[in-house]
Design a protein around this ligand. Structure first.
Ligand SMILES: Nc1nc2c(ncn2[C@@H]2O[C@H](COP(=O)(O)OP(=O)(O)OP(=O)(O)O)[C@@H](O)[C@H]2O)c(=O)[nH]1
Ligand SMILES: Nc1nc2c(ncn2[C@@H]2O[C@H](COP(=O)(O)OP(=O)(O)OP(=O)(O)O)[C@@H](O)[C@H]2O)c(=O)[nH]1
Ligand SMILES: [Mg+2]
Ligand SMILES: [Mg+2]
Lengths: 278, 264
């Protein structure tokens, strides 16, 4: 989209295409275009040159938040519950957070509360071994809430700084699994008042508008405190987070940019918006 | 037509696919004089629905069975789409047709990927071929030898998830195909995929001669517009659908049902 053009329907169409193809979605794109038209009517934008900077400003505002990173509990351990739909990147994202905080000298413990999927416990165990952090696990088929309970006890006993709780992938359309997640959430809070201090929902950057529904429905049952946008190293733009922020006040805290333990970065709205137009 | 466009975009159908589809159905509506009629609405919806069904179809769950030696099936796709699970589902599907599948754990990258497929193999009482510390193309080539030696008539190759923009990984899966000459190469695609579906589908179709698509996680509430995008850019049939996490949650794909779902 080029500077020095007049603000006309063609220009707005091109902007619409950039937003839609970035997965910002129909509704949010419509709202953003309305705001651009309004800005033009109020003379905040007078020619085509000003429209992209103004658009970027709108998008950055939508994505700004006061906290990337984990919000630490007053007394250790800080308990972080990780949830999301199947295959989004939860287990790998936990490995990345573990690697990062372990590298900062924090004592990290993992909880293998995905007791359902084939080799889920084995997958997290390999990560715990590679990174050099503790793990609490039961056998496949065990009650995830029991794993969560034991993990919190262990985190307290071993004076861990942070406990990262992995859960099974689940679709928000599966009521029984959403109940199960709610139970894990409650059990964490029973053992430590205020826990979990963070509830991170992992979203796959390749996901389209269903991401909005995922956050809303998961968010009905457990209070989501942050999003981890995984797989942003691919060609997908991850614009669904803009649509999400247009409707829900949940900050994007981290982005996943690869399959290795170091492939995580704090979310920076500026960089994310610039990448949409790259 | 604007409403149809918004509905399709809202269903995650790719922008350019929507554009060309709307152009086609507009042409058809004009050609049939529908748009000049008193109440074009219903007729337009019918034209759109029929065009969508036509586009998603025809019904095709055929397997290109080998006439000599085991039938080789290669499973490929982006990370986390459901490939490993779908290998097991497909194996069970074939067992019910009287086949003797061999599962091949050729994802040497993901932690416990081999263990995951072995666990699924145990659940099905099926053999799983794997090797430690070797590369996927040669693992798969040797797996074929193993299948022939042990009378297995279908070989299902599970591969690592990979980015379509990762040239090295795309070359690796192309090398697997070259070494094993598969009878079927399935792109395993997640039904909740958004606009990027066209990009990844195009790349996978370019690097591999896809013969079909498996659409997973259709038990969710994603409208599934990615199905339309993938079908349009690859021209390859969507043969199967994953409809749950259990091994039996697998069925032949229904183009007409998908059309209705996408249109909402
Ligand atoms: N390229 C890329 N791949 C990723 C990223 N995060 C995760 N993955 C890959 O995505 C796939 C799924 O990751 P998992 O961590 O197993 O996802 P999950 O949400 O725990 O999956 P389930 O437990 O089965 O629901 C794996 O192949 C990971 O390596 C990322 O940021 N970039
Ligand atoms: N609800 C639902 N979940 C599914 C379906 N197919 C696969 N899954 C789940 O999706 C997640 C990812 O499945 P995998 O089979 O590990 O995916 P993958 O493509 O092999 O992942 P990578 O090897 O890491 O690329 C797991 O939690 C599966 O149980 C499906 O049709 N419906
Ligand atoms: Mg997991
Ligand atoms: Mg796999």
């Amino acid at each position: 989209i080029v500077a020095g053009r007049k603000v006309d329907a063609d220009l707005l169409d091109e902007i619409e295409e950039v937003l839609i193809t970035s997965d910002v979605g129909v509704e949010a794109t419509g709202n953003i275009l309305d705001r651009l038209r309004e800005a033009y009517e109020e003379k905040e934008i007078e020619d085509g040159e000003q429209i992209i900077p103004h658009l970027k400003m709108i998008l950055k505002e939508m994505l700004e938040s006061d906290g990337a990173g984990i919000r630490w509990a007053e007394t250790a351990p800080t308990v972080v519950l990780v949830a999301g739909v199947n295959g989004a990147g939860k287990t790998t994202s936990i490995a990345k957070l573990a690697y990062h905080y372990h590298g900062e000298g924090k004592k990290v413990i993992l909880a293998a509360a995905d007791t359902f999927r084939a080799a889920a416990v084995e997958q997290l165990t390999i990560w715990s071994e590679r990174i050099g952090v503790g793990i609490v696990k039961h056998q496949t088929g065990a009650d995830p809430a029991a794993v969560a309970f034991d993990a919190v006890e262990a985190a307290v006993a071993r004076e861990a700084d942070i406990l990262l709780v992995d859960t099974a992938g689940r679709l928000h359309t599966q009521d029984n699994l959403m109940r199960e997640l709610e139970k894990v959430y409650r059990v964490l809070g029973k053992k430590i008042p205020g826990a979990p201090h963070e509830v991170i929902m992992v979203l796959d950057a390749t996901t389209g508008q269903n991401a909005i529904q995922q956050v809303k429905v998961f968010g009905k049952d457990i209070p989501i405190t942050g999003l981890f946008l995984a797989k942003l190293d691919g060609s997908a733009k991850g614009g669904a987070v803009i649509a999400i922020r247009d409707q829900v006040d949940v900050p994007v805290k981290f982005i996943g940019v690869g399959e290795g333990p170091e492939d995580v970065e704090p979310f920076v709205a500026d960089d994310f918006v610039e990448a949409l137009f790259a | 037509m604007r409403e149809i466009r918004q509905a399709l975009l809202g269903a995650d159908v790719s922008y350019k696919v929507v554009k060309s589809f709307i152009a086609r159905v507009t042409e058809r509506a004009v050609g049939e004089g529908v748009l000049r009629s008193v109440k074009p609405g219903q007729q337009v919806v019918k034209i759109v629905h029929d065009a969508l069904v036509e586009m998603m179809g025809p019904v095709d769950h055929a397997i290109n069975w080998s006439s000599k030696g085991p039938t080789v099936i290669l499973m490929a796709g982006l990370q986390g789409t459901g490939k490993t699970t779908s290998c097991a589902k497909l194996a069970r599907f074939f067992v019910r047709k009287g086949k003797r599948p061999l599962l091949v754990a050729a994802d040497v990258k993901r932690p416990a990927a081999i263990e995951q497929l072995k666990t699924l193999g145990r659940q099905l009482d099926l053999p799983v071929y794997s090797e430690e510390g070797k590369r996927p193309p040669m693992i798969c080539k040797r797996a074929l030898k193993e299948a022939e030696a042990t009378g297995r008539d279908v070989v299902i190759l599970d591969t690592a998830g990979r980015l379509a923009i990762d040239a090295g990984m795309m070359a690796e899966v192309a090398a697997v195909a070259k070494k094993t000459d598969p009878h079927e190469i399935f792109l395993v695609c997640d039904a909740m995929t958004g606009q990027d579906a066209v990009n990844s589908a195009e790349s996978f179709n370019r690097e591999l001669e896809l013969t079909g698509v498996i659409l997973t996680k259709l038990d969710g509430d994603a409208r599934g517009g990615a199905a339309m995008s993938v079908k349009e850019v690859t021209g390859k049939p969507i043969k199967f659908a994953g409809i749950g996490e259990k091994i039996e949650d697998f069925e032949e794909f229904h183009p007409d049902r998908m059309a209705g779902r996408i249109l909402g």
